[in-house]
Design a protein around this ligand. Structure first.
Ligand SMILES: CC(C)(COP(=O)(O)OP(=O)(O)OC[C@H]1O[C@@H](n2cnc3c(N)ncnc32)[C@H](O)[C@@H]1OP(=O)(O)O)[C@@H](O)C(=O)NCCC(=O)NCCS
Length: 274
């Protein structure tokens, strides 16, 4: 079955069942510009989901591969995934995703392979001290989108604009000689605030932007930090963050590739959004 906005309550229940952070606004965003598929039990409960988010012409993001605990190991995730992959194949789009260790077991069997990893860090309180950074304003958008396209490798304007509107106090930029050389966004979630994406031209700038965004939101807070940004991960641990879980960025099939320039990505947006 196709998932639509009328299924939002069941979708949020799926997030809750896995202690995931997506709230109704996240599902509304994803079902608004992506395509969702679900499996429902006879009494109507949505027991499995998968979403494909088109990010430009070349690839799509597979998100929200979730199955209620009592319906697992019945082939539901692989069935929905295969349906999504078949549609993307027809559109000539490569499928990408960020996998949990549990999900990775399914994806490897379906022909995905690993590219790079990141780690989720959490802080149970608000982050102190405060750090100043420039607010992202309408004059910055074209440069923010260009920098994100370079780093992420696809067009995800609806996502970035949605996050900036939801948490404007944490939508921040770094500039050098009038050019945007870094930006960060955040969003509220079901369990915690999440900071990301964070894209920057260098590590020092990334740390300042991260500190500023963390200081602009209430706790608890999650942030996903790329494993290739080791010093930023060490900084987070020094600030009292704890490691929650690892994720692996994967791509599907013979044309599997990692779009963009990962060296500019300090914090992914979160596994559901890339
Ligand atoms: C990961 C998840 C979506 C799998 O859903 P599922 O419907 O149980 O998966 P399937 O039944 O299609 O599994 C297909 C195969 O993948 C492998 N697999 C699935 N879950 C596995 C697990 N937890 N550990 C090891 N292998 C697993 C098995 O080989 C399985 O075949 P088998 O049951 O015949 O041995 C589900 O466990 C879940 O919702 N987990 C929490 C959320 C999550 O991590 N989602 C992944 C996001 S990236």
């Amino acid at each position: 079955m196709a998932l639509h906005q009328r299924h939002l309550a069941g979708c949020v229940a799926l997030s809750r069942s896995a202690s995931w952070n997506q709230n109704e606004a996240d599902w509304r965003l994803m079902l608004g510009f992506g395509r969702g598929w679900g499996i429902s039990a006879p009494e109507g409960t949505i027991c499995a989901s998968t979403i494909a988010l088109p990010y430009g012409a070349d690839f799509a993001w597979i998100a929200m591969v979730l199955v209620l605990p009592e319906h697992r190991r019945l082939g539901y995730a692989s069935r929905l995934l295969r349906g999504a992959l078949a549609e993307l194949e027809q559109e000539n789009r490569v499928a990408l995703l960020d996998a949990t260790p549990e999900g990775r077991a399914v994806y490897v069997q379906e022909g995905f392979r690993d590219f790079w990893g990141f780690t989720r860090f959490s802080l149970s309180t608000a982050f102190l001290p405060k750090q100043e950074a420039k607010p992202l304003t309408s004059t910055h958008w074209s440069q923010v989108l260009a920098l994100d396209a370079l780093a992420f490798g696809g067009d995800r304007e609806p996502v970035l604009r949605n996050l900036a509107a939801r948490q404007p106090s944490a939508a921040l930029v770094a500039e050098r000689n009038g050019q945007v050389v870094g930006f960060v966004l955040a969003r509220e979630g079901r369990e915690a605030m999440q900071v990301g994406p964070l894209v920057a031209r260098d590590a020092g700038m990334a740390r300042k932007l991260l500190a500023a965004a963390l200081g602009a939101v209430p706790g608890p807070v999650y942030v996903d930090i790329a494993d290739h940004a080791g010093p930023l991960q060490a900084w987070a641990l020094n600030q009292g963050f704890v490691v929650q879980r690892p994720f692996t960025r994967m791509a599907h099939g013979p044309r599997a590739y990692a779009p963009g320039d990962a060296s500019l990505v300090y914090c992914p947006t979160g596994p559901e959004l890339g």
